[in-house]
Design a protein around this ligand. Sequence first.
Ligand SMILES: [Zn+2]
Ligand SMILES: [Zn+2]
Length: 812
Amino acid sequence: MKTSLTTSAAGKTRLRLAVRGAVQGVGFRPFVFRLATGLQLAGWVNNSPQGVFIEVEGPRAMLEKFLLRLEAEKPPRSFIQSLEASWLDVADYTDFEIRESETGGGKTALVLPDIATCPDCLREILDPANRRYRYPFTNCTNCGPRFSIVELLPYDRANTSMKSFTMCPQCQAEYDDPRDRRFHAQPNACLVCGPRLELWQGRTGFQPVSDSNKNRDRRDACPTNNDALLAAAQGICEGKIVAVKGIGGFQLIVDARDEAAVKRLRERKQREEKPFALMFPSLESVKAECEVSPLEERLLRSAECPIVLLRRLSTLNSQLSTSIAPGNPHLGAMLPYTPLHHLLLAELGFPVVATSGNLSDEPICTDERDALERLHDVADDFLVHNRPIVRHVDDSIVRIMLDRELVLRRARGYAPLPISLSSQLSTFNSQPVLAVGAHLKNTVALSVGNQVFLSQHIGDLETEQANHAFRRVIADFEKLYEAKPQVIAADLHPDYLSTTYALERRAPARLESTALNQAETVLDVPLIVRVQHHIAHVLSCMAENELSPPALGVSWDGTGYGTDGTIWGGEFFLVTDKTVERAAHLRPFRLPGGERAVKEPRRVALGLLYENFGDSIFERKDLAPVAAFSKTELAASKTMLAKQLNSPVTTSMGRLFDAIASLVNLRQQMRFEGQAAMELEFALDGVNTDEHYNLSPVTGHPSLVLDWSPMIEAILSDVQKGVATGRISAKFHNALAEAVVAVAERIGERRVVLSGGCFQNRYLTERTVRRLQAEGFQPYWHQRVPPNDGGIALGQIAAAIRGQHEIVNHKS
Ligand SMILES: [Zn+2]
Ligand SMILES: [Zn+2]
């Protein structure tokens, strides 16, 4: 059931929109004024070098109406290339005004994200009479590649990867004509002069044909494009895996209805159970498989065109392979966003799996030769083109939660749009700060003035490939924004690759001193600040909600290095102007086997049970986690726990989820990160109860402690009584929401910030937000920045600016 969100006491909230695109000089501001006043909303609209900014304030339902009508009824000559929404606290506007245009101030050049094909271009490629009929690289000033082709600023064709394509006279004429939709459209191209497709055969004997192509008569280009496309489509219909070079990297595509093909993709990609995203030929075909609300529909069709997590309809009538997202009530769905995808999907007429073109956990391939090398064991065919991809940009993932957007992976369509820091933060800051992010789901960020440029998703820094991508993105950002960071913010974890990188840059660099003409030693970056992982989560959420202290931060995730050297993850912080204090945490327990426990919920459960019951637990073969071990394994774990060997101490909430999943025998070993917690969430689907276990804060030193012991005993008793897993899961989730309320009451702070990977969990987030509101607290959660580790870099920047960190000064 869809539930609506109650907002502040007065029932009012504030919506800020940053609108970019063809929205200036087309009557957009008067239109916004009419729309807002017609809906009796207060606020303002203005023009700035960065786009049109709108703030409207009023009842939630009216603001949603405003948002939907803004897109649906916008002036005919306008086109929205990017729209980012933030829901903020009310500012108490009394009327609606068109404000003076901002001129000076933020002169930072903006690079726009890649934009999904606009309706005009789509019409052209489907019109047999048009000269761009079926041309897969059609674009205009309203759509097409941006971030993925820019090499340098300013954004001119000579500074993009389109520079090697000389425009034909017709394209040049469009490009030069101020009345044309392609006036100064930097990637402008057509069949005659632009990039072309080729189909390379991978597994069955590859022949690179591109070199001979250079000399080929240009008239041949037209059939080449179409033939390659049709051959790729044919392959997909036959169950082949086709690697497609898209806008920001390769995707692996197979027929989503073909069970054997999807299974083959899983085997070859070494991705056993993690859900695959789908691309559908049309909105109607999405609706045949999923529930789609008006906000979700807007998102699917937006210029950002992300993967949207949608609730599946009954799988009884589904035509999709069961291996796409086993046991998952949601599907990641997207619509075609380039002419190439539109043509391919129109040819196929059925949904396809469209997953990143990489081996599990590596960054996506962007270059066809690299793709051929890395993916030759995965893909049967390669549909490639000769427009170089300057930087990798994955598909973004967004879901609607509590009736607003929540970005889970920020990449295509969003990166590298900046997050503006509130004036309170930015006044302290004049020097550029680089934040190098976390270890998993890594992103980096660079602050320039009051803008924070958050990078596209880079991925887990586990492989050499990812390490390269990480360094490449940092170099890229510093070059693009001509910013030399004076401060680098890094995680507290001493072994993170990102931390090592930051410390390397503190090392002396040689610089020639012109005055004395002798070598002088200087530091590349004078200051490194180390920020605790979970504090960064909270500050990230506060920054994007423009919230100043004080606030109580709830930071729940799998793993982060604590200031005491243990593994944190079930943390509460009281953030004030000057300090961040650890206000509460989960009762600690040990993880027998260390790293291995992260992949084996049974180990986590064993650690938890041992903490509570001691040695006797090893005799309890009636308990699912104990029974999940062999005799030898169990003996080894016993030694580890008894002697405290390779059994690190943790307060991680992510691990508590794993332990519960193991206790109810839902999952003992994981195939991908977060699987047990996801399955525990899915298990409560359809259960409707307010019952909860007891997870109350008890006084500890120096922080409150959430003692899970009574809850674990109650769960064991419920399991014994045969209570359904879904009900146990619901009572567990509810207990967590109650724990947040109880800690907030004990601490006495009204504003509560929810961050960390656990708050990707929809039930947990919704329940906690509602319970907090019901008890008179004001909850804040993520919107444009991921709650997971993809948002850490923003929090690190906020910490560096606020001075809430441990400073590593250079030795002078
Ligand atoms: Zn267009
Ligand atoms: Zn042309």
